[in-house]
Design a protein around this ligand. Structure first.
Ligand SMILES: Cc1ncc(COP(=O)(O)O)c(C=O)c1O
Length: 421
């Protein structure tokens, strides 16, 4: 039986062996070695129920949605709407109409930048960002700032890789928007979104949360966060590429101008103009990633079957194990860029050996079948703050276990020895 069929309440601890068996790619060998996948922060692998759900959709009722009055088109449309409903339930959104699908979180953030922000911000207004943002939550604001004369303000970091909120009230004074990631894709730091939302709202600013690294790993409740925009991306949460989304309250989405124009997002079109469709279709122009939505819905089912509390607990324990193993084995020769307290961080672990380039390390690891990411992780302003051009990053997920961490540490020891010669 696949986990997809298991009732959430029957699973109290996360059974990694059973989960691993659902991911065919983990049976692969690379360079004759077992594949040890530690790059889920970049993109996650896909379990059988996700592959099966997409295959089933294509085989049994694939057709374009909302257009045909024939049976399989209606079935395809129903599945597409059901995916919105599953994501809404997963994020505790009050209504599925508040879930807008996009091709990824980058597009979700750009949607906010091109609609709400361009309708509401003008020269002299300010946007507050943090130094730990991904380029997806920086560049759309640079483009707007250059176009409109909007000021960008930055929340700095503390020495232990948390947001330094000492001057937050000053930064928020007169600001229209706070853009913050719920979990850093480099440092692993988890930010207290509910409290940041409260402070931003008290200052009259709206809040956009980049939850790309949070939704796959922690229970997320958009109502408890009380932010205004929350973006997520499907491929990091066991779903396929090509689909992500935005949550925002219905009144806000209703008040925003449309983003992309074309088919599906209209109610009527005349030579004189057009009116927009109801939510969420108003923001879903053209033929959408229909089967990918089905895959995302299956990924949500899979994560719910495990239970997001169990996912978080598993990653907390495994992160503790990994941090201990790295510091025990390499001591001061290896710098970890991120908090060491697992209560305030997720399973994204960035590090550097003294004097060895991040890319060189990852190449040696690849020879051992260990997949990690090396580079600036699309967070160049953060790299500048850290004073390094790049880091090596191992990121943990539901299908990783202590044996994977041991393989990482052994391979790192080999890399250290190799470059010391
Ligand atoms: C924190 C964060 N935000 C945004 C993104 C962008 O995701 P996507 O490429 O799916 O739009 C990523 C992906 O690495 C990320 O880690």
């Amino acid at each position: 039986m696949s986990l997809n069929e298991v009732n959430e309440h029957e699973v109290d601890v996360l059974d990694v062996d059973r989960i691993k068996a659902d991911f065919p790619i983990l049976e692969r060998k690379v360079h004759g070695k077992r594949l040890v996948y530690l790059d889920s922060g970049n993109s996650s692998q896909k379990p059988l129920p996700v592959l099966a759900a997409m295959d089933h959709h294509y085989r049994e009722y694939y057709a374009n949605i909302h257009r045909g009055v024939y049976t399989i088109s209606e079935e395809s449309s129903a599945a597409y709407q059901a995916a919105h409903e599953k994501v809404a339930r997963f994020l505790n959104a009050p209504s599925w109409r508040e879930i807008v699908f996009t091709k990824n979180i980058t597009e979700a953030i750009n949607l906010v930048a091109y609609t709400w922000a361009r309708a509401n911000l003008r020269a002299g207004d300010a946007i507050v960002l943090t130094e730990m943002e991904h380029h997806a939550n920086i560049v759309p604001w640079h483009i707007l700032a250059a176009e409109r004369g909007v000021e960008l303000r930055w929340i700095p970091l503390t020495a232990d890789y948390q947001l330094d909120l000492t001057d937050l009230d000053r930064a928020l004074d007169g600001a229209k928007l706070l853009c913050v990631s719920a979990a850093s894709n480099v440092l692993g730091t988890l930010n207290d979104i509910a409290s940041l939302s409260a402070r931003a709202h008290a200052a009259g600013a709206k809040v956009l949360v980049d939850a790309a690294q949070a939704v796959p790993h922690l229970p997320v409740d958009v109502q408890a966060w009380n932010a205004d925009f929350v973006g997520f991306t499907g491929h990091k949460m066991l779903g396929p590429t090509g689909i992500g989304g935005l949550w925002a309250p219905e009144e806000l989405l209703e008040a925003m101008p449309p983003f992309l124009g074309g088919g599906e997002m209209i109610r009527t079109v005349t030579k004189e103009g057009f009116t927009t469709n109801e939510l969420p279709w108003k923001f879903e122009a053209g033929t959408m990633p229909i089967v990918e939505a089905t895959g995302l819905g299956a990924a949500v089912d899979y994560l719910e079957a495990i239970g997001m509390g169990a996912v978080r607990e598993h990653e907390r324990e495994l992160t503790r194990y990994a941090l201990d193993a790295l510091t025990d084995r390499f001591g001061d020769r290896l710098t970890i860029y991120g908090p060491l307290d697992v209560e305030t961080r997720g399973g994204t672990i960035s590090f550097l050996f003294d004097g060895i380039h991040a890319h060189d390390v990852s190449q040696v690891l690849d020879e051992d079948g260990v997949c990690v990411r090396a580079g600036h992780h699309c967070a160049k302003p953060l790299m500048k703050v850290l004073g390094v051009p790049a880091t090596t990053r191992a990121s943990l997920y539901v299908y990783n276990d202590e044996a994977d961490v041991d393989a990482l540490v052994d391979s790192l020891a080999r890399a250290e020895k190799f470059f010391a010669i």
